[in-house]
Design a binder for this molecule. Structure first.
Ligand SMILES: [Fe+2]
Length: 391
C-alpha cells in the first residue's frame, strides 16, 4: 500500500463482507478482523489519496462526511481487497494488500503487542552478549543490521576487534547517524579527572544507574568505546532494568505501583548548567508497557512526595535498588582496548567497580544515540538485507 518497506505477513483473506460501519475479514488461519469504513477510506493508497512519491497522505478526512455509505466489497483473484466507495456521483476505488492490512490489524492488537514486548534478561547474558566485529559493522550492512537488531531487542550489543585510535567511536556512530549532544559534549571521556563534575570522572564504584534522567528527554542509547584499560578493577556492570521492574511487579505489586506513579525530581548542576526533570522511577507508555527506568542516586533531588506516601516510597525504592544490586540480574565484564559496549540507556542500567587509577590508565570514550536514528537505520536495512544474512 505505497510503503517503502514490503509487508511481510503471509496470511490470505478468505472472506470479506460489508457490515454495519465496517468491513469484516476472515483469514486463512481462522482469525477474523474488522476494519471501520472510515479507517479504510482514510488509508486509501491510490494516487489521489496518497502522494505517489513521498507516500504521504494527501487525502483529507474532512472532505467526506463522518458517516460513510458502505463500500462495495470484493476480493480480487490476486488476493487484494477491493473497495468501491460511492462518492460524488461515481465510485472511488481503494485496493488493499492483505499483508499490509494484517500488519495493521487493530482488532487483534492485544495479541500482537504481547509478541512485540522486550525480552528481559539476567545473569545468563554473561558471556552471551550479542557481538559483532568492528570490520563487520563498518563494512557490511548485514553486520550493522545484526548489531542494531541486538541493541533494539536485548538493549545491548558488543563490538569487538576495533582500532584504538581516538575518533573510532565516531566512525561507528557515522554508520548509524550522528551523536546526541548533551551538556557533557558531543562525546565524553570517562577517565579519572582531578576536578570532576560527575561521578563517572572519578575512580569510585558506580552503582547501577541510567544517564541524565534529569533531562526531559534523556539519551536513548549509550556507547562506551574502550581506548585503553591498564587499570586494576573497573569491571563494567549491566542490569536489565525492565527485568528487575517486572520481577518487582510480580513480587510486590504495590511497591511497583508506587515507583510507576510517584514522580521524583532529578537535578544536575555545575558552573554552567542546572538541568531538572520530575518523572516516575519506572515509566510506562500509553499502552501500559515498560518504556523507561529513571534511576540515578547522585542526581536524585530532595524528594517532594505527599507526606502520607513518603514511607511507602522509600520502602519501594529501597526494594527496587536492592534488586538492582542482585547478581541474578547482573552481568559483569571488563572492556578491553578496541571493544565497545552499547546499551539502551533507558532500559539497561550501567555501573562499574572501583578501579585503582595509579595502576594504569583507563580511558573509555562515550557518546549517545537517539532511538529514532537507531530504529530508522535498522528498518531501512531490513528492507534490503535478508534475515538469513544477519542471523
Ligand atoms: Fe553513566
Amino acid at each position: 500500500m505505497g510503503e517503502f518497506a514490503p509487508s511481510r505477513a503471509a496470511q490470505r483473506i478468505v472472506a470479506a463482507t460489508a457490515e454495519d460501519g465496517a468491513v469484516a475479514l476472515t483469514w486463512d488461519d481462522g482469525r477474523t478482523s474488522r476494519f471501520h469504513h472510515l479507517w479504510l477510506r482514510d488509508n486509501c493508497a491510490c494516487a489521489q489519496c496518497r502522494h505517489p512519491q513521498t507516500r504521504e497522505r494527501t487525502f483529507e478526512l474532512l472532505d467526506l462526511p463522518e458517516e460513510l455509505d458502505p463500500p462495495r466489497v470484493e476480493l480480487r483473484p490476486d488476493g487484494a481487497l477491493r473497495l468501491l466507495w460511492p462518492e460524488n456521483g461515481g465510485w472511488h476505488e481503494s485496493l488493499f494488500d492483505p499483508a499490509w492490512l494484517r500488519e495493521r490489524d487493530y482488532t487483534n492488537r492485544a495479541a500482537d503487542t504481547e509478541s512485540r514486548r522486550a525480552r528481559p534478561w539476567g545473569a545468563e547474558m554473561q558471556g552471551a552478549i550479542p557481538s559483532v566485529s568492528y570490520a563487520e559493522l563498518m563494512e557490511s550492512d548485514a553486520g550493522l543490521r545484526r548489531w542494531l537488531h541486538a541493541l533494539s531487542e536485548h538493549g545491548l550489543a558488543l563490538l569487538s576487534d576495533g582500532p584504538t585510535a581516538e575518533g573510532s567511536l565516531l566512525d561507528v556512530v557515522g554508520r548509524v547517524g550522528w551523536a546526541r549532544e548533551t551538556n557533557f559534549g558531543h562525546t565524553f571521556d570517562v577517565v579519572s579527572k582531578p576536578n570532576p563534575n560527575n561521578a563517572a570522572y572519578t575512580a569510585i564504584k558506580l552503582e547501577p544507574h541510567v544517564d541524565l534522567p534529569n533531562w526531559q528527554r534523556p539519551p536513548d542509547f549509550q556507547l562506551l568505546y574502550c581506548l585503553e584499560n591498564g587499570a586494576t578493577g573497573g569491571a563494567s556492570i549491566l542490569t536489565d532494568g525492565f527485568a528487575v521492574a517486572e520481577a518487582l511487579q510480580r513480587e510486590d505489586p504495590e511497591a511497583f505501583e508506587v515507583l510507576a506513579t510517584q514522580p521524583v525530581d532529578f537535578r544536575f548542576q555545575d558552573e554552567e548548567s542546572d538541568i531538572r526533570f520530575r518523572a516516575p522511577t519506572i515509566g510506562r507508555d500509553a499502552d501500559g508497557a515498560l518504556c523507561e527506568i529513571r534511576f540515578n542516586n547522585w542526581i536524585r533531588d530532595a524528594l517532594d512526595v505527599p507526606p502520607a506516601r513518603m514511607q511507602a516510597f522509600y520502602a519501594a525504592y529501597r526494594k527496587f535498588w536492592t534488586m538492582l544490586r542482585d547478581p541474578h540480574f547482573m552481568i559483569r565484564f571488563t572492556l578491553g582496548p578496541g571493544q565497545m559496549i552499547a546499551f539502551d540507556n533507558l532500559r539497561v542500567l550501567h555501573g562499574r567497580d572501583a578501579f585503582d587509577p595509579n595502576s594504569g590508565r583507563r580511558h573509555l570514550q562515550g557518546c549517545y544515540l537517539d532511538r529514532d536514528l537507531v530504529m530508522s537505520r535498522l528498518r531501512v536495512l531490513e528492507r534490503t538485507t535478508r534475515l538469513s544474512e544477519s542471523a
